[in-house]
Write a protein that binds this ligand. Structure first.
Ligand SMILES: *Cc1c(COP(=O)(O)O)cnc(C)c1O
Length: 827
């Protein structure tokens, strides 16, 4: 840690760092290419040119990043820390070029190398430090925080291996490690001098001082070093560059010394490996807990290092007086993953700074805020008490104390109600007691939010109803959003240019202005321009699908797309059943009125999720049968695009006509893929689930293809669900099931789809696939007929983009800032 009395020599040179208003970019690029990287020709690969350009842009970010940090430090204003185990950033180069407004300069600099930005940008590896929606939300939020000039720092983990790469072999998903750092990560800057020390294992000793005060000491711990790597986060053309601080775990020096000296060379190395294991790999489970000890270590490692970081900065500036700390800090917990931060902040304040319990608790409960991301019970994190006892003994004590005090509050509200105490306890009592992390997060936070209106209502009425009754004022909704810079300006530059031509380019900084597009929805000439852009984007996706899947899409056919993590609740199965139904129509010769479609699927299954992997196999087998049937070719093409990630989505959403958002109502917390599609002029077919409801409210029921039960109806339907009767009475579904059961899609792989077939026919199918099939097919038919009427479809497409203003993450972050964080913009 920095010696406070050491003289500080402020290096002023950074003020002379490259300025974006000076045209030194060409020279800087050359310098980095020839000298920093030592290259002299561009060659086949654009990799070195990419690195040189990234370093050139980074020079421009670093100075502003430092200035932003200095500004925050000098102002004594409130600031927020966004704690997340995942940041699904994707590529950084083009985003930085847009936000710094360097496009022209970059293009002209690249002329000397006979290439252009779009080509060089392809050399960048996605930063895939997240699974799906939750991680991508964190990334969109960082962009919006910087763009709104809010003092917000992101804290995450620098996984050596991000989300696995997916390939398909004989239709089966195969996972490969994502060694994303292999070729270097030019955006990050390590700050080893600001490393923090995180404790594990050991035991707690209590001693009482002369004043009768108890002191808890956590001793004989095995410490791990957290080394920060800072990634700059540029705001949209406002001079702000915030920071994403990612922690890497490293062994402390003691490991080497003590054990080494004792002659235990291999033990010392083993322990070093153990320490470095913590940030080795991202757990690839989306919306399901997994309970592995290493995962808890990751969670504590992030929480402890980040809190220590914030507190060290505070103490450096204001000493160890925490009276005002809560006035200047808020910690937003992205799901329960970092919820151990509640107990860790208590530990730091109690043990390291000797605050009294009540004082520490007041600070904790006025600085912590929790975002819930799912209603699925299987996603609710629980950690066994015995694991905590071993790994984090001091944290367990603190959780017990929090629980004891909380349960006495419960007893006041519901006197004598033992059942309530049991239900609300942070500890689930059983043979193997478990800690309920969501309850810890709720009790320790002053704000608990859901991520779409329906989701928040369901939390209050169901999962967290008791807590809602106890403290209704904590609960609030923050409907998710996505950044229009990445998800429109960057991924659909032609549409962006067309929009700007009509309404000016103010919409990029203030996305509510996108509603001005509405004026043109009926203008024929504009519709034709809109169509031309869509067709070009469809050609781009056609290329990708051809390259990756060897399937020929036709840009004149309707592009019907479902890309997202593979999960039963998201019901890719319902979609493929509809595809089988269309194929069945072709086979029966019932093709009059059939609207030609290309159906695209994409998404990763968690490696241990059996049913999700089966669904991928089914999609691939159905695709193979259909694509190899010449009779189907004029009407239907199907592809599963492997390795769905942020960069793929940037090609997919601008090319989509029909966006599939078909989860079982009440199960998708919000969805954000739905918003990216809407911004790019896709029309949604969807259930009344998550943010679909708000999307439909904004665009109007006429411009949205609705089907299926509501969340409430679904709940009722499960009580007496009889899918066999539905299959019997619905001819279409009957034929689809017959085809499926006949083995038509698995001729040489007998029985491989039995579990899928049985799940559809099961009266305990929680996803109600058969239930919603008839209304889904009907709604699909309506969408198809509308697509035939080109002008009708174009009107709907334009209206969808025009109505997407609410779904900018700028709006979401403004609400977080106004209602939860209470931040003021910088400057
Ligand atoms: C937006 C996005 C998601 C989230 O998609 P949903 O449809 O909301 O589940 C997942 N993965 C990637 C790569 C994304 O860009």
């Amino acid at each position: 840690m920095a010696n406070k009395s050491a003289p500080v020599c402020v290096v002023k040179h950074w003020q002379d760092a490259p300025k974006i208003d000076e045209d030194t970019l060409t020279d800087d690029l050359t310098r980095h290419f020839y000298y920093t990287l030592g290259r002299d020709k561009v060659g086949e690969s654009r990799l070195y040119l990419y690195h040189a350009l990234a370093l050139t842009i980074r020079d421009r970010l670093v100075a502003r990043c430092r200035a932003t940090k200095e500004h925050i430090k000098s102002q004594k204003t409130r600031k927020a820390a966004y704690l997340s185990l995942e940041f699904l950033m994707g590529r950084a180069l083009s985003n930085a070029v847009i936000n710094l407004d360097l496009h022209e300069q970059v293009q002209s600099a690249l002329q000397e190398y006979c290439t252009e930005l779009e080509e060089v940008a392809e050399a960048e590896h996605d930063a895939g430090l997240g699974n799906g929606g939750l991680g991508r939300l964190a990334a969109c939020f960082l962009d919006s925080c910087a763009s709104l000039a809010l003092p917000v720092i992101g804290y995450g983990l620098r996984y050596e291996f991000g989300m696995f790469n997916q390939t398909c072999e004989q239709g089966h998903q195969v996972e490969q490690p994502d060694n994303w750092l292999r070729e270097g990560h030019p955006w990050e800057l390590a700050a080893p001098e600001q490393a923090r020390r995180v404790k594990f294992f050991g035991h707690v000793e209590v001693h009482t001082d002369k004043q009768g005060r108890q002191h808890h000491e956590w001793l004989d711990t095995q410490d791990v070093l957290a080394v920060p790597y800072d990634v700059p986060v540029p705001g949209y053309r406002n001079g702000v560059v915030n920071t994403l601080r990612l922690w890497k775990s490293e062994a402390t020096d003691e490991f080497d010394l003590t054990e080494f000296n004792a002659g235990s060379y291999s033990e010392a190395v083993a322990k070093k490996n153990q320490a470095e294991q913590i940030t080795m790999v991202l757990y690839p489970n989306d919306a399901s807990e997994n309970g592995k000890e290493l995962r808890l270590r990751q969670q504590y490692f992030l929480s402890s290092a980040s809190l220590q970081d914030v507190i060290a900065t505070w103490v450096e500036q204001y000493g160890d007086d925490f009276k005002d700390f809560a006035d200047f800090h808020v910690f937003q917990l992205n799901d329960t993953h970092p919820s151990i931060a509640v107990a860790e902040l208590m530990r730091i304040l109690l043990d390291d700074y000797e605050l009294e319990w009540d004082e520490a608790w007041k600070i904790t409960t006025s600085t912590m805020a929790y975002t819930n991301h799912t209603l699925l019970p299987e996603a609710l994190e629980r950690w066994s008490v015995s694991l905590f006892q071993r790994l984090l003994p001091r944290l367990l004590e603190i959780i017990y104390e929090i629980n004891a005090r909380f349960l006495s509050e419960v007893a006041l509200k519901w006197p004598g109600d033992i059942e309530k105490q049991r239900a609300l306890s942070l500890i689930e009592e059983s043979e193997h007691p478990q800690i309920r992390m969501a309850y810890l997060a709720i009790v320790g936070s002053y704000s608990v939010n859901g991520v779409a209106a329906l989701h928040t209502e369901l939390l209050k009425a169901g999962l967290f109803n008791d807590f809602y009754q106890l403290c209704p004022e904590k609960f609030n909704n923050k409907t998710n959003g996505v950044t229009p810079r990445r998800w429109l300006s960057h991924c659909n530059p032609q549409l962006a240019a067309l929009i700007s031509e009509k309404i000016g380019d103010g919409w990029q900084a203030d996305f509510s202005k996108i509603s001005e597009l509405r004026r043109f929805y009926d203008n024929h000439a504009f519709q034709q321009q809109w169509l031309a852009v869509k067709q070009q984007n469809k050609r781009r996706l056609t290329e990708l699908v051809k390259q990756e899947c060897s399937v020929e899409f036709d840009p004149d056919m309707m592009f019907d797309v479902q890309v997202k993590r593979i999960h039963e609740y998201k019901r890719q199965l319902l979609n493929i059943l509809h595809v089988i139904h269309l194929y069945d129509r072709v086979c029966r010769g019932e093709v009059s009125g059939l609207v030609p479609r290309c159906v695209l699927f994409g998404g990763k299954a968690a490696p241990g999720y059996y049913m999700a992997k089966k669904i991928i196999k089914l999609i691939n087998n159905v695709a193979s049968v259909i694509n190899n049937d010449p009779a189907a070719k004029p009407y239907l093409r199907v592809a599963f695009l492997p390795n769905y990630n942020v960069s793929k989505m940037e090609v997919i959403c601008p090319a989509t006509d029909l966006s599939e958002q078909i989860s079982t109502a009440g199960k998708e917390a919000s969805g954000t893929g739905n918003m990216k599609f809407m911004m790019n002029g896709a029309v949604t077919i969807g259930t009344l689930d998550g943010a679909n409801i708000e999307i439909r409210d904004c665009v109007g029921a006429d411009n949205f293809y609705l089907f299926g039960l509501t969340a409430e109806e679904a709940q009722q339907a499960r009580l007496h669900y009889q899918p066999l009767k539905i299959i019997e009475s619905n001819q279409d579904l009957n034929r689809v099931m017959t085809l499926l059961e006949s083995g038509h899609f698995n001729l040489f792989e007998p029985n491989i789809f039995d579990d899928i077939i049985n799940s559809i026919k099961s009266s305990s199918d929680p996803w109600l696939v058969a239930q919603d099939f008839p209304s889904y097919v009907e709604s699909q038919e309506h969408a198809a007929q509308a697509y035939k009427d080109k002008e009708h479809w174009l009107r709907m497409s334009i209206l969808n983009t025009a109505a997407s203003g609410k779904f900018s993450s700028d709006r979401t972050i403004q609400e977080y800032s106004d209602d939860i964080w209470r931040l003021s913009p910088m400057q």
